[in-house]
Design a protein. Sequence first.
Length: 225
Amino acid sequence: MSRSTSVSSIPSTDELRLWGAPVELRDGSRVRLRPGRGSEDRELLLRGFERLSLESRYRRFLMPTRELSPDMVRYLTDLDHHDHEAIIATDEAHREGLGVARYVRDPARPDTAEVAVTVIDDWQGRGLGTLLLETLSARARQEGIRSFTALMLATNEPMMDVLRHLEADVRVTHRETGTVEIEMPIPDVGLAPALRKLLKLSAHTDVVVSPAAQASARRSVTNSP
């Protein structure tokens, strides 16, 4: 019988040893983590998207999104595991996708990357987003990334209150699209405290959106009169 690892007992200095092993979340449910497999994950990505509510899709893509376009699917599965990495969580029984965390390196600032996490609605609030981002942070450190940026909707007052009280080394930039971008350093061990705070809030109000949504938001600003 295989033994699972409790998320609360994971050594923060050894996150990547968990790849492929069963991990027990705080509610007792079990998941497995693995690197994204590029185009091989296309159908897994599409099935996971279907399990997102319309509200979750809106919060993640900054617009009503009923389906993923071929270009967006191509973007989300175009991984090189250096400049674009994705960590996928699957349920232990059926290997269906439950969540994904990804970073995309900023070509103008090679030590900085945009980060995003998506967890399907019925698995939110169990600690899965934190687990995914801890593992992604470990991968980012391996690839020479020192800071994460994240773009979030600015329409939620509790989120804005958290942003106002973040640590001094977190840079907050307001955008013209009704969003806020924060930048935070990746610590030598574990997860940035600022990102952990935002994840706690996002268990009830999805605040972290995908890099694909960030690209869309930037295009909307660029193309506006």
